[in-house]
Ligand binder design. Structure first.
Ligand code: GDP
Ligand code: K
Ligand code: MG
Length: 270
């Protein structure tokens, strides 16, 4: 079984990777770029773990994002471990949403809890797990706390396979209608989530566009994206902005509910 380790940069990915795997090997660079590829075997020997470059988004503007999107398009992993920086929840969850949309089981590892605490924030992570609709485990990637539990949860068959992600974003009429139309256009033989593919295409992910093999499909999709762009212009936005703002809105609502800011209690009521 292959597990993919994904998250924003500087969230403790390498530290976690080292705790989860006994030995690892560098298998060179990711195709065509100078981003190092690292693969290890979990200490419980039940899966191999692939360390991916840290990214904020999947839209391939940077080499790192292109590597991650290409890896997701290959679709070889059975599950994704998404490491989240608890002190930067809002920014981190924007990526998590896209990983959930990808459709394979995601398990969340909540790291940097000490930093969140230092900033006066504590996170109700059972509640966060409920919103994300997936197993969420508190860890310390630096100390190794929670890593065994994470390994176990990531390699247990049933629970993960049966888990239904409850977090599903409705992107509003214009985008949802476009998703529907695009779904009919996509004739690619793929096991990947068609919804994920269409959202990424509307989000301007060029790596997904080049994944399409049929030139007629490409033409149809380009023309649809043109139409959607004109529709969105009427409300003064670009399609990717509409998508981003919706994600932002959902993330803000979740964070507002799961983050308890300690200092608030002490603030005088004016
Ligand atoms: P990566 O960039 O995602 O691979 O993150 P690293 O594993 O390189 O970690 C970045 C920095 O954060 C390192 O200095 C780690 O020691 C530190 N770090 C990792 N986990 C934690 C944690 O839970 N708390 C704190 N305070 N620091 C951590
Ligand atoms: K780093
Ligand atoms: Mg790293």
């Amino acid at each position: 079984m292959e597990l993919a380790l994904l998250g924003n940069p500087n969230t403790g990915k390498t530290s976690l990777f080292n705790h989860l795997t006994g030995t690892y090997e560098y298998v060179g660079n990711w195709n065509g770029v100078t981003v190092e590829k690292k693969i290890g075997t979990l200490k419980n020997k039940k899966a191999i773990l692939v360390d991916l470059p840290g990214v904020y988004s999947l839209t391939p503007i940077s080499e790192e994002e292109a590597v991650v999107t290409k890896y997701l398009l290959e679709g070889k992993m059975s599950r994704i471990v998404n490491i989240i920086d608890a002190s930067q929840l809002k920014r981190n969850l924007l990526l998590s949403i896209q990983l959930i949309e990808y459709g394979k089981p995601v398990i969340f590892a909540l790291n940097m809890i000490d930093i969140a605490k230092r900033n006066g924030k504590s996170i109700d992570y059972p509640l966060l797990a409920t919103y994300l609709g997936a197993t969420t485990i508190a860890i310390s990637a630096r100390k190794g706390n929670g890593c065994e539990e994470l390994s176990r949860a990531s390699t247990i068959k049933q629970t993960m396979e049966n888990e239904e992600h409850t977090l599903s974003i409705h992107y509003g009429e214009i985008i949802e209608e476009a998703i529907e139309k695009m779904t009919l256009m996509l004739q690619e033989k793929t096991d990947l989530s068609i919804r994920w593919l269409t959202i990424q295409l509307l989000d301007g992910n060029a790596a997904i566009r080049s994944f399409l093999t049929n030139p007629l499909t490409k033409q149809e999709i380009d023309s649809l994206i043109n139409d959607v762009t004109i529709e969105c212009e009427k409300i003064g936005k670009k399609p990717e902005q509409v998508i981003y703002l919706k994600r932002r809105e959902v993330v803000d609502q979740i964070v507002q509910r799961v983050e308890v800011i300690a200092d608030k209690k002490r603030m005088p009521i004016s």
